[in-house]
Design a protein around this ligand. Structure first.
Ligand SMILES: NC(=O)c1ccc[n+]([C@@H]2O[C@H](COP(=O)([O-])OP(=O)(O)OC[C@H]3O[C@@H](n4cnc5c(N)ncnc54)[C@H](O)[C@@H]3O)[C@@H](O)[C@H]2O)c1
Ligand SMILES: [Zn+2]
Length: 374
Protein backbone atom coordinates (compact mmCIF):
# COMPACT_ATOMS: atom_id res chain seq x y z
CA UNK A 1 0.00 0.00 0.00
CA UNK A 2 1.40 3.41 -0.91
CA UNK A 3 0.85 6.20 1.58
CA UNK A 4 -1.49 7.76 -0.98
CA UNK A 5 -3.87 4.81 -0.52
CA UNK A 6 -6.61 5.09 2.02
CA UNK A 7 -7.16 1.81 3.89
CA UNK A 8 -10.62 0.41 3.13
CA UNK A 9 -13.16 0.81 5.94
CA UNK A 10 -16.53 0.40 4.27
CA UNK A 11 -18.35 -0.47 7.46
CA UNK A 12 -16.27 -0.87 10.53
CA UNK A 13 -17.11 -2.13 13.98
CA UNK A 14 -14.67 -1.95 16.85
CA UNK A 15 -15.00 -2.72 20.50
CA UNK A 16 -13.81 -0.56 23.34
CA UNK A 17 -12.78 -2.66 26.31
CA UNK A 18 -12.66 -0.88 29.62
CA UNK A 19 -9.97 -2.90 31.25
CA UNK A 20 -10.63 -2.25 34.92
CA UNK A 21 -13.89 -4.20 34.91
CA UNK A 22 -13.07 -7.15 32.67
CA UNK A 23 -16.05 -7.64 30.40
CA UNK A 24 -17.31 -4.05 30.37
CA UNK A 25 -17.08 -2.38 26.99
CA UNK A 26 -19.08 -1.22 24.02
CA UNK A 27 -19.13 -1.17 20.23
CA UNK A 28 -18.46 1.79 17.99
CA UNK A 29 -19.67 1.34 14.44
CA UNK A 30 -18.62 3.68 11.64
CA UNK A 31 -19.89 3.80 8.06
CA UNK A 32 -22.10 5.42 5.41
CA UNK A 33 -25.86 5.38 5.82
CA UNK A 34 -25.76 4.17 9.41
CA UNK A 35 -28.53 6.47 10.68
CA UNK A 36 -31.00 4.31 8.82
CA UNK A 37 -29.72 1.22 10.65
CA UNK A 38 -29.96 2.55 14.19
CA UNK A 39 -33.16 0.61 14.93
CA UNK A 40 -31.41 -2.65 14.06
CA UNK A 41 -28.31 -1.65 16.02
CA UNK A 42 -30.29 -0.79 19.16
CA UNK A 43 -32.46 -3.92 19.00
CA UNK A 44 -29.81 -5.90 20.84
CA UNK A 45 -30.54 -3.74 23.91
CA UNK A 46 -34.21 -4.76 24.12
CA UNK A 47 -36.29 -4.95 26.23
CA UNK A 48 -36.65 -1.19 26.26
CA UNK A 49 -39.78 0.59 27.46
CA UNK A 50 -39.24 3.85 25.51
CA UNK A 51 -36.53 5.66 23.60
CA UNK A 52 -36.02 9.34 24.28
CA UNK A 53 -34.34 10.81 21.22
CA UNK A 54 -32.47 14.00 22.12
CA UNK A 55 -31.32 16.31 19.36
CA UNK A 56 -30.82 20.01 18.62
CA UNK A 57 -32.83 22.33 16.37
CA UNK A 58 -30.25 22.35 13.53
CA UNK A 59 -29.88 18.59 13.37
CA UNK A 60 -33.64 18.21 13.47
CA UNK A 61 -34.12 20.75 10.65
CA UNK A 62 -31.65 18.80 8.50
CA UNK A 63 -33.94 15.78 8.64
CA UNK A 64 -31.54 13.43 10.51
CA UNK A 65 -33.89 13.14 13.43
CA UNK A 66 -36.71 11.92 11.17
CA UNK A 67 -34.46 9.20 9.71
CA UNK A 68 -33.48 7.99 13.18
CA UNK A 69 -37.03 8.17 14.50
CA UNK A 70 -38.32 6.17 11.54
CA UNK A 71 -35.61 3.54 11.90
CA UNK A 72 -36.28 3.15 15.63
CA UNK A 73 -40.06 2.97 15.20
CA UNK A 74 -39.60 0.48 12.37
CA UNK A 75 -37.63 -1.73 14.77
CA UNK A 76 -40.50 -1.63 17.26
CA UNK A 77 -39.27 1.07 19.64
CA UNK A 78 -41.67 3.54 21.24
CA UNK A 79 -39.89 6.86 20.52
CA UNK A 80 -40.37 10.38 21.84
CA UNK A 81 -38.27 13.27 20.52
CA UNK A 82 -36.86 16.15 22.56
CA UNK A 83 -35.07 19.00 20.85
CA UNK A 84 -32.87 21.68 22.45
CA UNK A 85 -31.57 24.96 21.04
CA UNK A 86 -28.31 24.43 19.14
CA UNK A 87 -25.10 25.67 20.76
CA UNK A 88 -23.00 25.59 23.92
CA UNK A 89 -25.45 27.62 26.12
CA UNK A 90 -27.75 24.57 26.10
CA UNK A 91 -25.16 22.63 28.14
CA UNK A 92 -26.58 24.26 31.27
CA UNK A 93 -28.36 23.34 34.46
CA UNK A 94 -31.45 25.21 33.19
CA UNK A 95 -31.72 22.92 30.15
CA UNK A 96 -31.04 19.90 32.37
CA UNK A 97 -33.92 20.80 34.73
CA UNK A 98 -36.28 21.18 31.77
CA UNK A 99 -35.19 17.84 30.33
CA UNK A 100 -35.45 15.93 33.63
CA UNK A 101 -39.04 17.21 33.94
CA UNK A 102 -39.86 16.31 30.35
CA UNK A 103 -38.50 12.79 30.83
CA UNK A 104 -40.72 12.38 33.87
CA UNK A 105 -43.78 13.67 32.00
CA UNK A 106 -43.00 11.33 29.08
CA UNK A 107 -42.95 8.34 31.43
CA UNK A 108 -39.26 7.56 30.92
CA UNK A 109 -38.18 4.86 33.35
CA UNK A 110 -35.11 2.79 34.06
CA UNK A 111 -35.92 0.44 31.18
CA UNK A 112 -35.74 3.37 28.72
CA UNK A 113 -32.79 4.42 26.54
CA UNK A 114 -31.72 7.99 25.83
CA UNK A 115 -30.24 8.44 22.36
CA UNK A 116 -28.14 11.57 21.74
CA UNK A 117 -28.27 12.58 18.08
CA UNK A 118 -26.11 15.64 17.48
CA UNK A 119 -22.77 17.25 18.18
CA UNK A 120 -20.79 17.30 21.41
CA UNK A 121 -23.33 19.54 23.12
CA UNK A 122 -26.18 17.05 22.65
CA UNK A 123 -23.82 14.17 23.50
CA UNK A 124 -22.41 15.67 26.71
CA UNK A 125 -25.79 16.96 27.90
CA UNK A 126 -27.69 13.80 26.93
CA UNK A 127 -25.12 11.64 28.72
CA UNK A 128 -25.40 13.80 31.82
CA UNK A 129 -29.21 13.56 31.79
CA UNK A 130 -29.02 9.79 31.32
CA UNK A 131 -26.47 9.45 34.13
CA UNK A 132 -28.59 11.40 36.61
CA UNK A 133 -32.28 10.82 35.75
CA UNK A 134 -33.77 8.07 37.94
CA UNK A 135 -30.19 7.39 39.17
CA UNK A 136 -29.16 6.43 35.68
CA UNK A 137 -30.84 5.17 32.51
CA UNK A 138 -29.17 3.65 29.48
CA UNK A 139 -27.56 5.97 26.98
CA UNK A 140 -26.55 5.72 23.30
CA UNK A 141 -24.52 8.06 21.10
CA UNK A 142 -25.21 8.96 17.45
CA UNK A 143 -22.72 11.81 16.91
CA UNK A 144 -23.22 14.12 13.91
CA UNK A 145 -20.26 16.54 13.98
CA UNK A 146 -16.70 15.56 13.11
CA UNK A 147 -15.61 16.66 16.58
CA UNK A 148 -18.24 14.47 18.25
CA UNK A 149 -17.47 11.51 15.97
CA UNK A 150 -13.72 11.53 16.57
CA UNK A 151 -13.68 12.72 20.15
CA UNK A 152 -16.60 13.59 22.43
CA UNK A 153 -18.85 10.57 21.77
CA UNK A 154 -16.13 8.13 22.82
CA UNK A 155 -14.85 7.82 26.35
CA UNK A 156 -17.82 8.54 28.60
CA UNK A 157 -17.11 12.08 29.77
CA UNK A 158 -20.53 13.71 30.17
CA UNK A 159 -21.57 16.94 31.78
CA UNK A 160 -22.73 20.51 31.69
CA UNK A 161 -21.08 23.93 32.04
CA UNK A 162 -21.15 26.35 34.96
CA UNK A 163 -21.36 30.04 34.05
CA UNK A 164 -17.73 30.42 35.17
CA UNK A 165 -16.25 27.12 33.96
CA UNK A 166 -16.93 24.79 31.06
CA UNK A 167 -17.56 21.08 31.74
CA UNK A 168 -17.38 21.66 35.50
CA UNK A 169 -20.33 19.46 36.53
CA UNK A 170 -20.49 15.93 35.25
CA UNK A 171 -19.25 12.40 35.52
CA UNK A 172 -17.88 9.41 33.64
CA UNK A 173 -20.83 7.54 32.14
CA UNK A 174 -20.21 5.19 29.26
CA UNK A 175 -22.78 4.75 26.48
CA UNK A 176 -24.27 1.40 25.41
CA UNK A 177 -22.66 2.01 22.06
CA UNK A 178 -21.79 4.60 19.43
CA UNK A 179 -23.19 4.54 15.89
CA UNK A 180 -21.47 6.89 13.46
CA UNK A 181 -22.77 7.87 10.04
CA UNK A 182 -20.04 9.80 8.21
CA UNK A 183 -22.49 10.90 5.46
CA UNK A 184 -23.91 13.56 7.79
CA UNK A 185 -20.55 15.37 7.75
CA UNK A 186 -21.44 16.75 4.30
CA UNK A 187 -23.83 19.27 5.80
CA UNK A 188 -21.42 20.55 8.48
CA UNK A 189 -20.63 24.25 8.21
CA UNK A 190 -16.97 24.92 7.28
CA UNK A 191 -16.06 26.18 10.75
CA UNK A 192 -17.45 23.05 12.45
CA UNK A 193 -15.58 20.84 10.00
CA UNK A 194 -12.35 22.72 10.76
CA UNK A 195 -12.98 22.30 14.50
CA UNK A 196 -13.25 18.54 14.10
CA UNK A 197 -10.11 18.54 11.97
CA UNK A 198 -8.28 20.34 14.77
CA UNK A 199 -8.79 17.25 16.96
CA UNK A 200 -7.98 14.90 14.06
CA UNK A 201 -4.66 16.71 13.51
CA UNK A 202 -4.00 16.42 17.24
CA UNK A 203 -4.33 12.60 17.10
CA UNK A 204 -2.15 12.45 14.00
CA UNK A 205 0.71 14.64 15.20
CA UNK A 206 0.84 13.45 18.79
CA UNK A 207 -0.33 9.84 18.68
CA UNK A 208 -0.38 8.21 15.25
CA UNK A 209 2.25 8.57 12.55
CA UNK A 210 0.26 6.42 10.09
CA UNK A 211 -2.72 8.76 10.32
CA UNK A 212 -0.39 11.75 9.91
CA UNK A 213 1.17 10.26 6.75
CA UNK A 214 -2.18 9.49 5.14
CA UNK A 215 -3.57 12.96 5.89
CA UNK A 216 -0.38 14.66 4.74
CA UNK A 217 -0.46 12.90 1.36
CA UNK A 218 -4.24 13.23 0.90
CA UNK A 219 -4.69 16.85 2.00
CA UNK A 220 -6.87 17.62 -1.04
CA UNK A 221 -9.24 14.82 -0.04
CA UNK A 222 -9.32 16.10 3.54
CA UNK A 223 -10.43 19.51 2.32
CA UNK A 224 -13.01 18.10 -0.12
CA UNK A 225 -14.45 15.78 2.59
CA UNK A 226 -13.80 12.65 0.56
CA UNK A 227 -16.16 10.02 1.85
CA UNK A 228 -13.67 7.10 1.94
CA UNK A 229 -11.09 9.22 3.69
CA UNK A 230 -13.62 10.44 6.28
CA UNK A 231 -14.60 6.87 7.11
CA UNK A 232 -10.94 6.01 7.57
CA UNK A 233 -10.23 9.11 9.68
CA UNK A 234 -13.20 8.62 12.00
CA UNK A 235 -12.53 4.90 12.45
CA UNK A 236 -8.85 5.52 13.14
CA UNK A 237 -9.46 8.32 15.65
CA UNK A 238 -12.09 6.29 17.52
CA UNK A 239 -9.63 3.42 17.69
CA UNK A 240 -6.89 5.66 19.10
CA UNK A 241 -9.18 7.25 21.66
CA UNK A 242 -10.84 3.93 22.49
CA UNK A 243 -7.49 2.29 23.19
CA UNK A 244 -6.37 5.09 25.49
CA UNK A 245 -9.70 5.33 27.32
CA UNK A 246 -9.70 1.57 27.75
CA UNK A 247 -6.36 1.84 29.51
CA UNK A 248 -7.26 4.84 31.66
CA UNK A 249 -11.02 5.31 31.85
CA UNK A 250 -10.99 7.71 34.80
CA UNK A 251 -7.87 9.70 33.89
CA UNK A 252 -5.84 8.37 36.80
CA UNK A 253 -2.82 6.64 35.27
CA UNK A 254 -1.51 9.48 33.11
CA UNK A 255 -2.42 7.78 29.79
CA UNK A 256 -5.67 9.64 29.04
CA UNK A 257 -3.96 12.98 29.55
CA UNK A 258 -1.99 12.26 26.37
CA UNK A 259 -5.17 13.06 24.40
CA UNK A 260 -4.59 16.69 25.33
CA UNK A 261 -1.86 17.81 22.93
CA UNK A 262 -2.31 21.55 22.32
CA UNK A 263 -5.06 21.80 24.93
CA UNK A 264 -3.26 23.77 27.66
CA UNK A 265 -2.63 26.61 25.20
CA UNK A 266 -6.08 26.10 23.62
CA UNK A 267 -7.99 26.51 26.90
CA UNK A 268 -6.13 29.74 27.69
CA UNK A 269 -6.76 31.06 24.15
CA UNK A 270 -10.46 30.21 24.39
CA UNK A 271 -10.72 32.10 27.69
CA UNK A 272 -8.95 35.26 26.46
CA UNK A 273 -11.19 35.26 23.38
CA UNK A 274 -14.28 35.02 25.61
CA UNK A 275 -14.96 31.71 23.87
CA UNK A 276 -15.28 33.38 20.48
CA UNK A 277 -12.36 31.26 19.29
CA UNK A 278 -13.93 27.80 18.80
CA UNK A 279 -12.34 24.89 20.67
CA UNK A 280 -11.12 22.87 17.65
CA UNK A 281 -9.43 25.88 16.09
CA UNK A 282 -7.91 26.79 19.47
CA UNK A 283 -6.52 23.23 19.64
CA UNK A 284 -5.00 23.56 16.16
CA UNK A 285 -3.30 26.85 17.08
CA UNK A 286 -2.42 25.60 20.58
CA UNK A 287 -0.66 22.55 19.21
CA UNK A 288 1.57 24.76 17.06
CA UNK A 289 2.48 26.74 20.20
CA UNK A 290 3.12 23.43 21.99
CA UNK A 291 5.38 22.27 19.13
CA UNK A 292 7.36 25.53 19.37
CA UNK A 293 7.63 25.10 23.15
CA UNK A 294 8.92 21.54 22.58
CA UNK A 295 11.53 22.96 20.20
CA UNK A 296 12.63 25.57 22.77
CA UNK A 297 13.31 22.84 25.31
CA UNK A 298 15.00 20.71 22.64
CA UNK A 299 12.48 17.88 22.46
CA UNK A 300 11.99 18.34 18.72
CA UNK A 301 13.92 20.23 16.04
CA UNK A 302 12.87 23.06 13.76
CA UNK A 303 11.98 20.61 10.95
CA UNK A 304 9.29 19.11 13.16
CA UNK A 305 7.70 22.50 13.78
CA UNK A 306 7.88 23.46 10.11
CA UNK A 307 6.37 20.14 9.04
CA UNK A 308 3.46 20.55 11.46
CA UNK A 309 2.83 24.12 10.29
CA UNK A 310 2.81 23.01 6.66
CA UNK A 311 0.53 20.09 7.52
CA UNK A 312 -2.00 22.38 9.20
CA UNK A 313 -1.95 24.80 6.29
CA UNK A 314 -2.47 22.12 3.64
CA UNK A 315 -5.47 20.57 5.39
CA UNK A 316 -7.01 23.99 6.07
CA UNK A 317 -6.22 24.53 9.75
CA UNK A 318 -5.06 27.78 11.37
CA UNK A 319 -1.50 28.01 12.71
CA UNK A 320 -1.68 31.39 14.44
CA UNK A 321 -4.12 33.36 16.58
CA UNK A 322 -6.41 35.84 14.84
CA UNK A 323 -4.83 39.34 14.69
CA UNK A 324 -7.14 40.90 17.28
CA UNK A 325 -5.99 38.36 19.89
CA UNK A 326 -2.35 38.27 18.79
CA UNK A 327 -2.04 42.07 18.99
CA UNK A 328 -3.43 42.29 22.51
CA UNK A 329 -2.12 39.08 24.07
CA UNK A 330 -0.65 39.35 27.55
CA UNK A 331 1.53 36.31 28.23
CA UNK A 332 1.60 36.81 32.00
CA UNK A 333 -2.17 36.59 31.90
CA UNK A 334 -1.98 33.40 29.77
CA UNK A 335 0.40 31.80 32.26
CA UNK A 336 -1.89 32.75 35.17
CA UNK A 337 -4.82 31.11 33.34
CA UNK A 338 -2.70 28.01 32.74
CA UNK A 339 -1.82 27.84 36.44
CA UNK A 340 -5.53 27.75 37.28
CA UNK A 341 -6.35 25.10 34.68
CA UNK A 342 -8.33 22.12 36.12
CA UNK A 343 -5.41 19.82 35.28
CA UNK A 344 -2.71 21.96 36.91
CA UNK A 345 -1.60 20.74 40.33
CA UNK A 346 -0.02 23.20 42.79
CA UNK A 347 0.98 25.58 40.02
CA UNK A 348 3.01 22.89 38.24
CA UNK A 349 2.76 23.81 34.53
CA UNK A 350 2.34 20.55 32.62
CA UNK A 351 2.19 20.13 28.88
CA UNK A 352 1.70 17.23 26.50
CA UNK A 353 4.60 17.71 24.11
CA UNK A 354 5.70 15.85 20.98
CA UNK A 355 8.88 13.81 20.79
CA UNK A 356 8.45 12.95 17.10
CA UNK A 357 5.54 12.63 14.63
CA UNK A 358 3.00 10.29 16.22
CA UNK A 359 4.48 10.36 19.72
CA UNK A 360 4.19 12.60 22.74
CA UNK A 361 4.68 12.66 26.49
CA UNK A 362 3.57 14.66 29.50
CA UNK A 363 6.23 17.10 30.66
CA UNK A 364 6.02 18.55 34.18
CA UNK A 365 7.31 21.78 35.67
CA UNK A 366 7.75 23.75 32.48
CA UNK A 367 9.55 27.03 33.14
CA UNK A 368 7.11 29.85 32.30
CA UNK A 369 9.80 31.66 30.31
CA UNK A 370 9.75 28.80 27.78
CA UNK A 371 6.00 29.19 27.27
CA UNK A 372 6.33 32.73 25.97
CA UNK A 373 7.17 32.83 22.25
CA UNK A 374 10.34 34.68 21.21
N1 LIG B 1 -17.10 14.54 26.28
C1 LIG B 1 -15.94 14.74 25.75
O1 LIG B 1 -15.00 13.95 25.88
C2 LIG B 1 -15.74 15.99 24.91
C3 LIG B 1 -14.60 16.11 24.12
C4 LIG B 1 -14.48 17.25 23.30
C5 LIG B 1 -15.50 18.20 23.30
N2 LIG B 1 -16.59 18.03 24.11
C6 LIG B 1 -17.68 19.00 24.12
O2 LIG B 1 -18.29 18.99 22.83
C7 LIG B 1 -18.90 20.24 22.60
C8 LIG B 1 -18.59 20.71 21.21
O3 LIG B 1 -19.09 19.77 20.31
P1 LIG B 1 -19.41 20.18 18.80
O4 LIG B 1 -18.25 20.87 18.23
O5 LIG B 1 -19.95 18.97 18.14
O6 LIG B 1 -20.52 21.32 18.99
P2 LIG B 1 -22.11 21.37 18.81
O7 LIG B 1 -22.76 20.19 19.41
O8 LIG B 1 -22.51 22.72 19.31
O9 LIG B 1 -22.29 21.31 17.24
C9 LIG B 1 -21.79 22.35 16.43
C10 LIG B 1 -22.86 22.88 15.49
O10 LIG B 1 -23.06 21.96 14.42
C11 LIG B 1 -24.44 21.70 14.26
N3 LIG B 1 -24.52 20.35 13.67
C12 LIG B 1 -24.41 19.16 14.29
N4 LIG B 1 -24.39 18.17 13.39
C13 LIG B 1 -24.52 18.74 12.16
C14 LIG B 1 -24.53 18.23 10.84
N5 LIG B 1 -24.36 16.94 10.58
N6 LIG B 1 -24.67 19.12 9.82
C15 LIG B 1 -24.79 20.46 10.07
N7 LIG B 1 -24.75 20.99 11.30
C16 LIG B 1 -24.61 20.14 12.33
C17 LIG B 1 -25.02 21.87 15.62
O11 LIG B 1 -26.40 22.11 15.58
C18 LIG B 1 -24.22 23.07 16.13
O12 LIG B 1 -24.79 24.25 15.65
C19 LIG B 1 -18.40 21.19 23.69
O13 LIG B 1 -19.42 21.39 24.63
C20 LIG B 1 -17.24 20.42 24.32
O14 LIG B 1 -17.06 20.73 25.68
C21 LIG B 1 -16.71 16.95 24.91
ZN1 LIG C 1 -10.43 19.03 22.53
Amino acid sequence: MSSKDIPDVNQSRMRISLCDLGQRGYDIETGSGNLDRIGLFLSRFKPCSRVILLTDANVRALGYCTIVERSLSGAGFDVCVESIAAGEPSKSIETAVKLWSKLLAAGIDRKSILVSLGGGVVGDLGGFIAATYARGIRFFQAPTTLLAQVDSSVGGKVGIDLPAAKNMVGCFYQPLGVLIDTDVLNTLPEVEYACGLGEVAKYAVSLDAELFGILETNADKVRSRNSELLKFIVTKCCRIKGRIVGEDEFETTGKRVLLNYGHTFAHAFEIISNFKLPHGKAVAIGSIYAAKLAKRIEMVDNDFVERQIKFHKTIGLPVELPDELLNTINWNNIIEIMRHDKKTEAGNLKFVLPTKIGQCKLVNNIDPKNIIPE
